[in-house]
Structure formats: C-alpha cells, structure tokens
Design a protein around this ligand. Structure first.
Ligand SMILES: Cc1ncc(C[n+]2csc(CCOP(=O)(O)OP(=O)(O)O)c2C)c(N)n1
Ligand SMILES: [Mg+2]
Length: 347
C-alpha cells in the first residue's frame, strides 16, 4: 500500500494504481485538492484546457472563482475582485499553527516533489530513443527542452511555449527562478501562439531575446512568422521540435480509443530549407545530440535577427519519451470514460 493518501477523503491508493490514478485524475493537486481558486476560468473553460470535456479537480469540495458558472452547482463562492488581492487574503487565512494534519500534508507534498524531481532528471537526462519514423535514435522532447531551457537560463532568454506535447513537457521540465521567464497560452492552448509571442518582442518597448518552443503541427499554423519576424526585426529563435505528428492528440486517441487516427502523415517537410528560403532568416539543423543542439542554439542567438532550429524528436510508446500527460479530455467523439469521470465532479 502506498503512502499516498488524500487528506480530505483518507483515500488510500495502491502503488500499482498510483500512476493510473495520477494520470486519470490530472496530477496530484488536481486529484486531492479540497478547494480550487479559479481565475478567469469561465472564459478559459469554453476552449481547450477547461472545456466541459475536460475533467479536473475531482476531489474539490469548494471553488472560489470570478465566474458564475460554478455557482450554479452550489460548490462555488462568487468573488469578483482582483485575483492578487484574493490570493493575499487566502494566504493570510491559511497562516496559523502547524497542526498535525497540515504537517502531514506538507510532508506528503515534499515527498511527491522529491519523487517528481527525480523523474524529471531521469527523463530529461536519459538516453535517446529509437524513433520509427526518423529511423534512428533521436532526442526526446524532455531532453531537447531541458537542453534549451538551460541555455535560456545561461543567457537570460525568454521562453514561449506552444500547444501540444511541447507545452505539456515544457511545463514539467523547465526550472524557472522567477516569474516572467516563461510564457504560454494555457487557457485555450492555441497552436501557433509561441511564434506570435516571439514577434511581440520586436514591438515591445523593452523587447528581449526569446525562444519559441513549438511543434511541427503548431508551427504550420503560423509560418508567416518567418516573414513577419524579418519585417519587424525580431531577435529570436524558433525551436521546432519535429515528431512528424500532432503527438498530444495521438496520445489522447491511444488512451481513449486504443489507436491513433489521422494525427500524422507521410509527407516529409524540410523545415530548414523552408525557413532558409526567407531572406534574413538563419535556419539550422540541431541533429540528434546535445552538442549539436547547443551549437545551434549558440549560433542562432549570435544572429541578430530571426532564426529557426530544427530538432527531430521521438514519438512512441516508450514512457521515457515524455513526461506524461495528466489531463483527461474528450478527443473526437465523447469518450465514456471521460464523461463518466466528468459527471462525478462537483464543479
Ligand atoms: C488552434 C488549435 N487547434 C487545435 C488545437 C488542439 N490541439 C492541441 S495540441 C495539438 C497538436 C499539436 O501538435 P504539435 O504542435 O506538432 O505538438 P506535439 O503534440 O506533436 O508535440 C492540437 C491539434 C489547439 N490547441 N489549437
Ligand atoms: Mg508534433
């Protein structure tokens, strides 16, 4: 029997079922949190991350939100003031003596965090994986992201994350020291966000060199960045993690229907040639090694304008290839499993 116990429900979880439980419930906090503070959730839930086909906060008994949506369920408390002020008041309310229940919860959270750090290091620093489409050993997304995020920290670059596995792995791999180092669009997860965000640095009063972490699917939603970036004088890099498919959707299809369906194709695209065709863009191939990616990152940064680095990355069944995804969404037709879990949540 594992030591993972919900403080609210005293719900024991066996070691064997822990991975499945965490995956299905949406991560430790979403699985066991008694309460949820939701900011701008009403707008966001209409689209990808919080839509009604997404299950989260399964144990939450109360929700504090600015939205009226949850109040209809009787679980919510209306709070329409500034989110920062609300958070300050909540933190003040939580202060107080360290009760045994609180200590147990804190210890459990610290243990999970240590487990998490070990997993992160193992996945980000593990061996490369053999990929069936690339037909050779290539870097995994966690490895490529870890290498690039280390580079960003060394030179003080901003990071912008696109949708898909790139985003799911990115959130889990990055190690920021302060707010403002990483941006993503986590409400709707619009594919193509990262490169658009990169462009913003050209028009910002104090723009900063940045790297847009994007997938092959997301990049093709907004390839006009190659022209806009030159026109507006961006100093930034597009880091294209190419797994030859929309992997985030493939994995959901696999999880819900035991097969993937039309989330990849057989058409090879030479993204280095494509980007290099635009005057002013420097296009580089990272190859399949840490050394190759580091060299490309350094060259791209040294170029005063827009650059693109192409990195072939792994997709496949080996769990070492990713950090795991913990959300549950309906993908395509509604899945009975997701619907069943959704109707059991209070919010
Ligand atoms: C505009 C838009 N359409 C559809 C989606 C749903 N969606 C989320 S991730 C994804 C695929 C992303 O593929 P890619 O950029 O190659 O990333 P990967 O998952 O392969 O790392 C899709 C279709 C979305 N988030 N945004
Ligand atoms: Mg992809």
């Amino acid at each position: 029997m594992s030591d993972l116990v919900s403080p609210s429900k005293q719900l024991p979880v066996t070691t064997e079922s822990r991975a499945a439980w965490l995956r299905e419930a949406g991560g430790l906090s979403a699985a066991f949190a008694d309460g949820l503070v939701a900011h701008a959730r009403c707008i966001a839930r209409r689209v990808a991350q919080w839509q009604c086909g997404h299950v989260s906060s399964v144990a939450a008994r109360a929700v504090l939100s600015e939205s009226a949506t949850e109040h209809a369920t009787g679980a919510g408390v209306a709070e329409t003031r500034d989110a920062a002020a609300i958070c300050e008041r909540l933190v003040a309310a939580l202060a107080g003596p360290l009760t045994p229940a609180k200590s147990a919860w804190l210890e459990q959270a610290a243990r999970k965090k240590a487990e998490w750090a070990a997993l992160r290091d193992a996945r980000a620093g593990g061996p490369r994986c053999f990929d069936a489409v690339w037909r050779r050993e290539v870097l995994t997304q966690p490895q490529a992201i870890a290498i690039a995020e280390r580079f960003c920290r060394e030179i003080g670059a901003r990071k912008f994350f696109d949708a898909g596995d790139v985003q799911a792995n990115g959130f889990q791999v990055i190690r920021d020291d302060s707010p403002g180092e990483t941006y993503t669009e986590s409400g709707a997860s619009y594919m193509g966000f990262a490169v658009s965000a990169l462009l913003s640095q050209a028009i910002a009063r104090q723009g900063c060199y940045g790297i847009a972490f994007t997938g092959d699917g997301s990049f093709m939603m907004n390839p006009q960045i190659l022209i806009d970036g030159i026109e507006h004088g961006v100093h930034g890099t597009i880091l294209l993690l190419d797994n030859r498919r929309m992997a985030a959707i493939s994995s959901l299809q696999e999880a819900q229907f035991d097969t993937d369906y039309r989330t990849n194709d057989s058409v090879a695209v030479d993204y280095v040639a494509m980007a290099g065709a635009v005057a002013g863009v420097i296009a580089l191939s990272a190859g399949d090694t840490e050394r190759g990616l580091r060299d490309a990152l350094a060259k791209a940064h040294a170029h005063p304008g827009l650059s693109l680095i192409h990195v072939p990355v792994y997709y496949g069944a080996d769990p070492a290839g990713g950090m795991g995804a913990y959300g549950r969404w309906n993908v395509g037709p509604w899945s009975d499993g997701v619907q069943d879990a959704y109707t059991k949540t209070r919010i």
